[in-house]
Design a binder for this molecule. Structure first.
Ligand SMILES: [Zn+2]
Ligand SMILES: [Zn+2]
Length: 102
């Protein structure tokens, strides 16, 4: 799929610090995030900032934003699988636009 062409969003230093200090943080924190939805999607932009990996369970830190608001969400993963069984969707459940493998 074609990824959303928003210019992205900048995390505050406080947000970066908080995400870095999570005990089970799986990723390096990028201060500048890009939307991971399909280009032309409806609703706010969504970007994954961090994953807490606790083995059995993971907790995702998705930032959702538009011109007026930004909010943190911990959505479960999209349950969709590629019909060929080779891939699965990396977006949160209920996302707009195409699944991530498309
Ligand atoms: Zn977007
Ligand atoms: Zn999906």
């Amino acid at each position: 799929m074609n990824q959303c062409r928003t210019e992205g969003i900048e995390l505050t230093p406080e947000e970066v610090q908080r995400l870095k200090e999570l005990p089970d943080a799986a990723h390096e924190v990028e201060a500048h995030l890009l939307c991971e939805l399909e280009d032309g999607h409806a609703g706010p932009h969504w970007a994954l900032a961090q994953t807490e990996d606790r083995g059995e369970e993971t907790k995702q830190w998705w930032l959702r934003w538009d011109d007026e608001a930004r909010e943190w969400q911990h959505d479960p993963d999209c349950p969709a699988e590629d019909p060929s069984g080779a891939d699965w969707c990396l977006l949160p459940t209920g996302h707009q636009g195409a699944h991530s493998w498309a």
